[in-house]
Design a protein around this ligand. Structure first.
Ligand SMILES: [Mn+2]
Length: 327
């Protein structure tokens, strides 16, 4: 890896601009079950490409887009399907091609903007910086000094930034992160308004499902591992959907003794597992089950409703990997 990130950044920007010249239209995509970084970074990129005079569409394959972001300009433009056939694809915050959730992407020209350590480099051009705290940081640095960022993109990038850093509390936050935040605020992002929009508009279902999750919490491995589970019945009883589960796993990690927290959710036809740690590298665990993510925030999905089995396997895997023995 080049030790001077600005050199790589210049190369990446030149290649990106060359691709933009070859394609009159652009399709901006993000990963399925999008979080605010996926949506915020893709909306910010969408506005900037529009400024360049491109024909741009923005799509996400999931039915549910985080409602907390409905205040962002362009939110209503996000479609569930791709209409452009020969466009340049810009993928935001997505670690692998299949997680874009659309058919027919093989063979398309793709610019891969991401910060996941586990990113499979599936793009024609890969702008992947695992030291970036959010994909919105990767996107900001791509456009910074080239185009004025503008209020609409600054707000989207800021929303993505505070979500992925859990309001500047994750271990990858540095002085640079605050410089980035400062730039976004100077471009028109208002921290109080954005925090209010994202934090003070919860659904009742999200609090009810949090209650169910907390009730289900069990401790293992000398209380260093906390596992919560949510069943199909819990989801039905509370009316909670995927977006209502955002942040639930963080409550389990917040326990004083806990080093690894997991939330196991039985979705429609699959079991989804979210993992969080206080420094333990979760990637070997997530990868053992076919998933990925970041060091302290990772996850995976398995087909069917397999909560009991997956909890047993996960505990076994934690033991086999020896990840807790360092303490
Ligand atoms: Mn992200």
């Amino acid at each position: 890896m080049n030790t001077d990130p600005t050199v790589d950044r210049e190369d990446a920007r030149r290649e990106f601009r060359q691709l933009l010249e070859r394609f009159p239209s652009v399709t901006v995509l993000s990963h399925i079950r999008p979080d605010p970084d996926a949506i915020g970074s893709s909306l910010g990129v969408y506005h900037l490409l529009k400024k360049l005079g491109k024909r741009v569409e923005i799509a996400n394959a999931s039915r549910e887009i985080p409602r907390t972001l409905d205040f962002l300009k362009g939110y209503e433009k996000i479609k569930r399907k791709m209409d452009y056939k020969d466009s340049l694809i810009v993928s935001c915050d997505c670690g692998s091609l299949d997680r874009l959730g659309f058919e027919g992407l093989e063979g398309r020209t793709i610019v891969n903007l991401d910060h996941h350590l586990s990113n499979s480099r599936f793009g024609t051009l890969n702008i992947v910086d695992p030291t970036a705290v959010s994909t919105s940081e990767v996107a900001f640095r791509l456009f910074e000094g080239w185009l004025p960022i503008g209020k609409e993109s600054a707000e989207a990038f800021y929303a993505a930034l505070i979500s992925d850093t859990r309001h500047f509390t994750t271990s990858n936050v540095t002085a640079e992160t605050f410089t980035l935040a400062r730039s976004l605020i100077e471009q028109g992002a208002d921290p109080a308004t954005i925090a209010q929009m994202m934090l003070q508009r919860r659904s009742l279902a999200s609090l009810r499902i949090l209650g169910k999750a907390l009730e289900s919490l069990r401790l293992y491995a000398d209380a260093q591992v906390a596992i919560m589970r949510i069943s199909r019945e819990d989801l039905a009883a509370t009316g909670a959907t995927a977006g209502d589960l955002d942040g639930v796993v963080d409550y389990a990690r917040s326990l004083v003794t806990v080093e690894i927290a997991a939330l196991v959710v039985e979705m429609k036809s699959e079991t989804k597992v979210s993992l969080r740690s206080k420094g333990t590298d979760l990637l070997p665990l997530a990868k053992a089950f076919g998933g990925g993510g970041h060091r302290e925030a990772a996850g995976f999905e398995l087909p069917g409703h397999v909560s009991d089995q997956v909890i047993e396997d996960l505990l076994q895997c934690i033991e086999n990997e020896g990840v807790l023995t360092k303490r």
